[in-house]
Design a protein around this ligand. Structure first.
Ligand SMILES: *Cc1c(COP(=O)(O)O)cnc(C)c1O
Length: 419
């Protein structure tokens, strides 16, 4: 017996709308307000002060991650730029990244003068290790695996490829703060990791980022990349490497003060979102007819902020989305003709058409770059196929267990009829 779908006049599974909202901002209370007020009252807004909040945040984050060094910067993009500079990536180098990530990952590669090489994702919605191998050339120097929407990608496989080809690995954990993979934090597997603390991420201070590594030289080079004035605040003798000048990506004390409080709430956020995802998966049919679940290597460590199902074909996926919306569950395929989602490479016009900030066409026409890269909108067909069939669902701190169960029930109902 199947129930009549809401789209065909049946009763919707979800009567009241599922609560929305972002994780970090929803958790803001008097503690953040007090922390900011204290900074404003003492007037010490610059990071190089005694009892710096930024320095304390770095220590607290490093302790949590179990890494030796962490540096707070003003954004996730800056954190990736500093990490790439830290591991020695620059003009002439190719860096492989997935075709499904925020455009900022590609922008960070261009930002250090290197060439983004776009690779396929697989059913994990993360970098496809097989395509990474295909995309390696004599110019490849690094890989940026991205842990999208709280789900760590196949990092162990990617690391073994990197090791084989002597490539650096910078993990983009901007959407996976606090996520783990086989018992170890995302971002601590490769040579360096990057967090974003912007408004939409797991925890936030409005704008902010963190770059972290176990390697001292990587950390120090990342620090130089973030602040040309460092030798003003510390004597050269305190550094092991010769300081170089780059950009300024400093974070201020107000950001640091908020970030510290938010970090202390990370466990509460993730405990809740993981509970929601568990409830969702427990309710979701074990034998779906029309879709497969997103592949997740380690379900216990992921953040639990999202789930995805991948429908058999694109037309059917559109029907699922429509039917789910009628059931009260907002859903749409990731890749569709409507909204140009900048998380999908096909909409990265500035990269695909090699738009350069200067007439010389840097970095693509930099004479140090000896490779050849041509981009096109359909260069990663597997990625577009998967994202054209993927329906994604978010879990947030404002939702209750019952909401997660209802979401799965709506999917089960639709699948039973359309699948
Ligand atoms: C948000 C994000 C970034 C950039 O972070 P900002 O803090 O906005 O600079 C990079 N990569 C991914 C995957 C992101 O989601």
């Amino acid at each position: 017996m199947t129930e009549r779908l809401a789209v065909e006049g049946g009763t919707p599974v979800i009567a009241e709308s599922i609560p929305g909202g972002m994780h970090g901002p929803s958790m803001i209370d008097e503690r953040e307000i007090d922390a900011v007020t204290e900074v404003l009252r003492n007037g010490k807004l610059f990071r190089f002060v005694e009892n710096s909040n930024v320095a304390a945040f770095e220590q607290e984050a490093a302790a949590r991650l179990g890494v030796k060094h962490a540096l707070m910067v003003n954004s996730g993009t800056s954190a990736i730029i500093c990490a790439l500079t830290g591991v020695g990536i620059g003009p002439g180098d190719e860096v492989i990244l997935p075709g499904y990530t925020f455009i900022a990952t590609a922008a960070a590669i261009v930002g250090v003068g290197a060439i983004p090489i776009i690779a396929e994702i697989d059913e994990s919605l993360g970098l496809d290790p097989e395509d990474v191998e295909r995309k390696i050339t004599p110019h490849t120097k690094a890989i940026i695996p991205v842990h999208m929407q709280g789900v760590p990608c196949k990092i162990e496989k990617i690391l073994s490829i990197a090791k084989q080809h002597n490539l650096k690995v910078v993990e983009d954990c901007c959407q996976c703060v606090g996520g783990m993979y086989n018992g170890k934090y995302a971002g601590t597997w490769g040579d360096a990791g990057a967090w974003s603390l912007n408004y939409y991420k797991v925890i936030t201070c409005g704008e902010g980022g963190l770059v972290f590594s176990n390697d001292y030289d990587t950390y120090e080079r990342a620090a130089f990349a973030s602040e040309p004035g460092l030798p003003m605040w510390m004597s050269d003798s305190e550094w092991k490497n010769k300081p170089f000048s780059c950009q300024t990506y400093r974070a201020g004390e107000i950001l640091g003060a908020i970030a510290r409080v938010q970090l202390s709430k990370l466990d509460d956020i993730l405990t809740h979102t993981r509970m929601l995802k568990k409830a969702f998966l427990a309710e979701l049919s074990d034998n779906p007819k029309g879709y497969i679940r997103q592949h997740v290597d380690d379900p216990t460590g992921e953040c639990g902020i999202s789930a995805a199902i991948i429908i058999r074909d694109t037309e059917l996926a559109k029907k699922y989305a429509e039917a789910l919306q009628a059931e009260g569950l907002g859903a749409g395929t990731a890749y569709n003709e409507g909204f140009p989602d900048r998380h999908i490479y096909t909409y990265w016009d500035s990269i695909l058409f090699k738009h350069s900030p200067n007439a010389a066409g840097y970095p693509w026409s930099d004479p140090r770059y000896k490779g050849e890269i041509e981009y096109s909108r359909d260069m990663c067909p597997q990625t577009l196929s998967i994202l054209g069939r993927a329906l994604r669902f978010g879990f947030n701190v404002n939702m209750q267990e019952e909401h997660a169960r209802l979401m799965a029930a709506a999917i089960n109902k639709v699948d039973a009829v359309l699948g």
